[in-house]
Design a protein around this ligand. Structure first.
Ligand SMILES: Cc1cc2nc3c(=O)[nH]c(=O)nc-3n(C[C@H](O)[C@H](O)[C@H](O)COP(=O)(O)OP(=O)(O)OC[C@H]3O[C@@H](n4cnc5c(N)ncnc54)[C@H](O)[C@@H]3O)c2cc1C
Length: 293
């Protein structure tokens, strides 16, 4: 199943994002979470691609195993550290495993490096990766990343949108957004890109706050604002983990409600390999009559 077809068949697409376990590479714990997530009926599950090393092989292994347990995988794929020949070979392997959907990304620089450096004979930008995948005749359904608040390295927000347009024109078929905490950023972004002639679905990415210590880090990494309305609710309970998670569920519920009622074509949850908060958010949405199925 190609994800672009899900968007044309369903008014709301539900997806979850996982990352390969870093510490010991043990997939059993992750797949216990997948069993929990499965009960929530996701349309697809995406799996991130690390900047290098063993987690990369794990991305592929997890995507294959997701298929085996009856889930539709979206495998993230970055340009970091790969030559064209390596990319071609890897794409062939992914294709042979029956994986149909890729999220084509430039990627973040490896740990310890601040600036992105293309690999020898590799790519500098995600649009080049998308073009390459198409030029090699691969018929993957391709998603690309979008940034409601602008990408941190972009010369300007306008330039960033034009660069997104390049990715879509090269063959990107749907957009998954970076996390954001103010829905106005998402709707403003959608309106602007539509003005540029981009008509593909833009699935908003929602992060579930469970840990106070992560907020500043995650906002920094994502280039997102930690807005005052969220700050005012989180700061008074910051020393109580349970209450922080509760605020996270309430805030995400309100964000999703606003998004879905105003026409967003689904939600992509950054679930951080956990099922509890997303389960609570989906229950809250169901109680408000906002279902995905
Ligand atoms: C949904 C989602 C999932 C992600 N998953 C992963 C993951 O699994 N692994 C990982 O390492 N990272 C992941 N990231 C992070 C992502 O790799 C970084 O944000 C990275 O810095 C940019 O990737 P991109 O594909 O958006 O790059 P690009 O689209 O290439 O953009 C990168 C920067 O270059 C500019 N630019 C783009 N094209 C051009 C051009 N042709 N000429 C001049 N400037 C240009 C853009 O404006 C932007 O500032 C994810 C991000 C999102 C939103």
């Amino acid at each position: 199943m190609k994800i672009k077809n899900l968007f044309s068949r369903k008014p709301r697409v539900l997806s979850f994002e996982l990352f390969p376990p870093k510490r010991d590479g043990n997939l059993e714990g992750l797949f216990q979470t997948v069993e929990e997530l499965k009960k929530l009926g996701p349309d697809y599950i995406s799996i991130t691609y690390g900047a290098g090393g063993s987690t990369r092989d794990m991305t592929y292994d997890i995507a294959v195993r997701l298929k085996q347990v009856g889930m539709l995988p979206l495998m993230h794929f970055t340009c970091v550290g790969h030559s064209r020949a390596e990319i071609r070979q890897l794409l062939g392997k992914v294709k042979a495993a029956g994986i149909e959907n890729l999220l084509a990304l430039r990627g973040d620089p490896p740990k310890g490096e601040t600036a992105f450096r293309p690999a020898p004979d590799g790519f500098r930008y995600a649009n080049e990766l998308v073009e390459f995948i198409r030029s090699q005749g691969f018929d993957f359904c391709l998603g690309v990343a979008g940034y409601p608040e602008g990408h941190s390295e972009a010369q300007s927000k306008e330039e960033d949108l034009l660069n997104l347009k390049r990715k879509v024109e090269a063959g990107g078929q749907f957009i998954v957004t970076q996390l954001f905490f103010d829905n106005r950023d998402y709707f403003g972004f959608v309106q602007k890109i539509q003005g540029l002639g981009i008509t593909c679905p833009v699935q908003p990415g929602i992060w579930l706050l469970t840990d106070y210590a992560q907020i500043e880090k995650i906002c920094h990494l994502a280039g997102a604002q930690y807005p005052q309305p969220l700050r005012e609710r989180v700061e008074p309970v910051k020393d109580d983990k349970e209450k922080v998670a509760q605020v996270g569920v309430e805030y995400a519920t309100e964000q999703c409600e606003g998004l879905l009622k105003n026409g967003a074509p689904g939600i992509h949850f950054y679930v951080m390999n956990k099922s509890r908060s997303v389960t609570a958010v989906l229950e809250n949405l169901k109680a408000k009559g906002l279902m995905f199925h």
